[in-house]
Design a protein around this ligand. Structure first.
Ligand code: DP6
Length: 330
């Protein structure tokens, strides 16, 4: 059977940076994110005996080996094991935004692959099961199955059965937006996976980071519940700075910021002083995402464009859950 799924990307409001179990992809701390509506991956999967090896085509290009190909094959193996299926698969995937540049392409990618792949293999997983399967591909992908505001629970169990993400508020609960400033389209030099492993091993502040995350999660959840924008923005921005402080004080240092990143960050701080309520967040790359309320999104985008540092800007609303669609990519 051939199945196609679309999953939205998500941006963390409190970040995930570090695994306590690399094989099971279990985090040291939970995290909270917002699903984005306009940055997504579409993936078609078909298991069939006509394929003599797994085929993976990403954005029109077949990847025959290398890290990304191996990660997809590992994920297909996991699905085959769960579904007791033996056939190889053809996987065709498209992102509608720059891949691997700090815009969470692994999140939407593994969520779409998990939904399409599990269904194509004959499994019928519920949202929790899909989140757990997605997590095995990429931690942040666990947060791209549900829509709206999402909490990935750290969990306690070694088998990972309690480390999954669930919705804390639906997309229509609150009109929050992210204005994305794409400062470079180049792929990042240090992948999150390798970077976070270095931080766990070599950052002297790592244990403090984990403690801060638990407090920040509670504040973000409270902010969402009460629609307290200041608390949301302040907590998310500070959590991002704490994560980047951990990255920068890892040896060797992990520095994703470029001069354009800092230009946008300082602009956000000065806009806020002028009374335009907005906050920044940054992941494993130089892009800056500006968190704002719906009423201010266009003004923020206008100011960003005027600065001339962003190659592209996008206003993202809160997105819905991953879903199965009918139009296949092959
Ligand atoms: C900085 O989920 O890409 O974006 O689990 O190793 O695949 P793996 O890492 P990944 O890391 C995301 C890191 C981050 C923060 C976040 O999204 O929470």
């Amino acid at each position: 059977m051939k199945v196609t799924a679309i999953a939205n990307s998500n941006i963390a409001l409190t970040k995930y940076w570090g695994k306590r179990d690399k094989k099971m992809m279990l985090p040291f701390a939970g995290s909270v994110s917002m699903t984005l509506d306009s940055m997504f991956t579409k993936t078609t999967v078909e298991f069939d005996s006509k394929y003599d090896r797994d085929i993976f085509v990403l954005n029109g290009k077949e990847l025959k080996d290398g890290e990304e190909y191996e990660e997809v094959v590992d994920h297909l193996n996991l699905i085959r094991e769960m579904a007791k299926v033996k056939e190889h698969a053809r996987v065709v995937s498209e992102n509608n935004f720059p891949t691997a540049a700090g815009l969470a392409s692994s999140a939407s990618g593994f969520a779409a692959l998990s939904l399409a792949g599990s269904k194509a293999a004959g499994l019928n997983l519920d949202e929790r099961g899909l989140s757990i399967l997605s997590r095995r591909g990429s931690g942040s992908a666990s947060r791209s199955i549900a829509g709206g505001f999402v909490h990935w629970h750290r969990g306690e169990k070694e088998d990972g059965s309690d480390s999954f993400a669930e919705q804390i508020a639906s997309p229509d609960h609150w009109d929050i937006r992210m204005v994305v400033a794409v400062t470079t389209k180049a792929e990042k030099k240090i992948k999150s996976r390798a970077g976070m492993a270095q931080s766990v091993d070599n950052c002297p502040y790592y244990s403090q980071w984990v403690k801060e995350c638990e407090k920040d999660i509670e504040n973000v959840k409270k902010a969402v519940r009460k629609k307290d924008f200041k608390l949301l923005g302040k907590t998310a921005e500070m959590n991002c700075l704490k994560m980047h402080a951990v990255m920068m004080t890892t040896s060797p240092p992990i520095i994703y910021w470029t001069p354009s990143t800092i230009e946008v960050v300082t602009a956000v701080l000065s806009w806020r002083e002028e009374g335009l309520e907005c906050y920044f967040t940054i992941d494993g790359g130089p892009q800056v995402k500006i968190i704002c309320q719906g009423k201010d999104a266009e003004e923020i985008e206008r100011r960003l464009k005027n600065m001339g540092v962003a190659k592209e800007t996008h206003i993202c609303k809160i997105g819905g859950p991953a879903k199965v669609v009918e139009d296949h990519l092959f």
